[in-house]
Design a protein around this ligand. Sequence first.
Ligand SMILES: C[C@H](OP(=O)(O)OC[C@@H](O)[C@@H](O)[C@@H](O)Cn1c2nc(=O)[nH]c(=O)c-2cc2ccc(O)cc21)C(=O)N[C@@H](CCC(=O)N[C@@H](CCC(=O)O)C(=O)O)C(=O)O
Length: 319
Amino acid sequence: MKFGIEFVPNEPITKLSYYVKLAEDNGFEYCWITDHYNNRNVYMALTAIAAATNKIKIGPGVTNPYVRSPAVTASAMITLDEVSTGRAVLGIGPGDKATFDALGIEWTKPVSTIKKAIADMKALMDGERLEEGAVLAIKPSTKIPIYMGAQGPKMLETAGMISDGVLINASNPKDFEAAVPLIRKGAEAAGRSMDEVDVAAYACMSVDKNADKAKGAASPVVAFIAAGSPPMVLERHGIDQEKVATISAALKKGDFGTAFGTVDDTMLEAFSLYGTPDEVVEKIAALGKMGVTQIVAGSPIGPNKDTSIKLIGKKVVPA
Ligand SMILES: C[C@H](OP(=O)(O)OC[C@@H](O)[C@@H](O)[C@@H](O)Cn1c2nc(=O)[nH]c(=O)c-2cc2ccc(O)cc21)C(=O)N[C@@H](CCC(=O)N[C@@H](CCC(=O)O)C(=O)O)C(=O)O
């Protein structure tokens, strides 16, 4: 099992670089930086992180083909490959409607758009010229792996067909029971084997020696995940939809006490990997049985990031 870690660039980049270096020193192999227009710029964050580290693979987790053209993303990735001496990895997904509405960007045909974007980036990084005329003056030192952020069935199948890995926002074996066959279907349709696709559980993780403290830190993130999950996912996990409606309403009003207080154990099991190191090791083993090959420790990581990164490095990664 590979281990990655996710950071949202909503803290000073110096702090982010410190955390990524700490993760590198504790055995994490991948660092994924989220890409939302309202946070710090993902590529500037990654450049600083490249300077602060020397082994961990780094990249956007995930960007999208709407806010930057594939040629601009390819150029940024080749530059990241150079400044990180060959450690760049690309995570790209369809983005979300709310973001594009706020930016006044038309969000059309996400599956076709992602397919074309990835094909164009592969061609550009191979030094080819696109139909539209775009061609790059630079090339990467190595083949840059392209992962897709995906949840929906068509997106998962597409990821199986064309990507080196899939970053799935999920923490529970039931989600992978549904997702892995779709990825496999896409891989087989493209004449590929599943071994060529790194299946990553991009999970809300919260690890602490004290299980209750780990649970307390996970609840706020789980509240947002529950509120944003489609009914099909809530049913899959047997989650009380009345409670989710209460959470959504409370979040809208900014009543975080009610929202976080309404999160129950079913939601926590469904949408997070939380608990003591031993408990989390068991949950990761269950994900491995479902075909997961990378665990990405996503927010909050634990009640105290420093302590939890070290604890995961000592007790979870080597297990
Ligand atoms: C578009 C959407 O795909 P999805 O995979 O479910 O999208 C949900 C998320 O993956 C997507 O919003 C990501 O960008 C969210 N996301 C992030 N989004 C961000 O903006 N920033 C991030 O940093 C970020 C990180 C991230 C990490 C992991 C992860 O899994 C997702 C992440 C969907 O609805 N897909 C459906 C429908 C597809 C569809 O729209 N089909 C159309 C058109 C078909 C065509 O395009 O040809 C149709 O049927 O008409 C499906 O896959 O079946």
